[in-house]
Design a protein around this ligand. Structure first.
Ligand code: ACO
Length: 325
């Protein structure tokens, strides 16, 4: 048993192929789909995203992010005894991305499983890993978010295909007597599964149902602004802290309007919000650890800072975590 789990290191990975809004708009125009940089920036804050090259998978990106997180923690793969991968775009139906990454890292024996909570997946995975570490079931956990949403985008649907990107982020969560993860809060409402889903499945050797992401953007938007404030306050209250204690809010990077709206409702100044949605788009479960690693490596987030993670995703699922970094 240890008193806390603490983030010992961070890492991330992005595919090399970066696509600006203008480049995407030109590619879509060739298919008869009209959009523009103006529309995308004004509605979402997104200016570019990375798309994986053919053959690059979420396991490839997750492995790279994990190796970088291990390096920044000063640990070897052999030190890891738990791997949780948050993903909705795994390489296979089974085995899990976590098992595949465990195999590549050569750490046979470490527990490994995937977490399916869509864009809230990283917060869910962090909360679960925190329980493992504090209970003594794991000493050093790799918590990875890795996605290739480009694989499930319908490029004839301009209301969704401009929003998402590919990438991965990871943290090493280690047992510690110093405070780290202070409190988490998780929720879901399965009655709202239909407003954000990829309903296809493999059956009888074929894909049955729609194999691409579908979203009622306005319905998700309304839910997001409602639940994110509440769940952030719940995590803060559980830790005995207030919004004034937050040095950096590291939200799920879906839409700049949702991010700043939530910060304002919490009374957190918008210049304390880590923003990477402009560069990466929405990378679902990868977005928080990717934004975290970007801010850490840029020197924006420093040791000792108090961080607020919050996310909402398909399910619906939503959650928040308060962390002393
Ligand atoms: N380019 C140009 N025009 C477009 C585009 C586009 N890419 N997409 C839609 N439009 C048009 C629509 O057709 C519509 O035209 P009309 O008025 O002639 O019918 C108009 O723009 C407005 O469309 P709305 O859907 O009303 O646009 P809105 O302002 O709601 O913005 C958006 C859409 C950006 C999707 C917003 O609703 C949103 O961000 N929702 C939340 C999404 C989210 O946060 N998801 C997070 C979870 S993701 C996960 O869990 C996987």
């Amino acid at each position: 048993m240890s008193s806390f789990s603490r983030i010992a290191g961070t890492g991330s990975a992005l595919p090399e192929r970066k696509i600006s809004n203008d480049e995407l708009a030109a590619e879509l125009a060739a298919r008869g789909v009209q959009t523009s940089d103006d529309w995308i920036v004004s509605r979402t804050g997104i200016r570019s995203r990375h798309f994986a090259e053919a053959g690059t998978t979420s396991v490839d990106l997750g492995e790279q992010a994990a190796r970088r997180a291990l390096e920044s923690a000063g640990l070897q793969p052999a030190d890891i005894d738990l791997i949780i991968v948050a993903t909705s775009t795994p390489d296979m139906i089974f085995p899990s991305n976590a098992a595949l990454i465990q195999g590549r890292l050569g750490v046979a024996g470490a527990a490994a499983f995937d977490m399916q909570a869509v864009c809230a997946g990283f917060v869910y995975a962090l909360a679960v890993a925190d329980q493992f570490v504090r209970s003594g079931m794991a000493h050093h956990a790799l918590v990875i978010g890795a996605e290739v949403f480009s694989h499930i985008l319908d490029f004839s649907d301009r209301t969704t295909c401009v929003l998402f990107g590919d990438g991965a982020g990871a943290v090493v969560l280690s047992a510690s007597e110093q405070p780290g993860v202070l409190a988490c809060a998780l929720h879901a409402d399965g009655r709202q599964a239909g407003i954000l889903c990829t309903p296809g499945r493999v059956s009888g050797g074929a894909v049955t149902g729609h194999p691409f992401l579908r979203m009622d953007g306005q319905a998700v938007f309304k839910q997001a602004v409602h639940v994110l404030e509440d769940v952030a306050r719940e995590a803060l209250a559980r830790a005995g802290r207030t919004p004034a204690d937050v040095d950096w809010m590291v939200p799920h990077q879906a839409n700049i309007r949702i991010m700043t709206h939530t910060a304002k409702k919490l009374g957190i100044p918008v210049d304390k919000v880590v923003v990477t949605v402009d560069q990466h788009g929405n990378t679902s479960a990868a977005s928080i650890p990717l934004a975290l690693d970007t801010a850490v490596r840029a020197g924006q987030i420093q040791r000792g800072d108090t961080l607020l993670f919050e996310a909402v995703g398909g399910g619906l699922t939503w959650g928040a975590a308060l962390v002393d970094y």
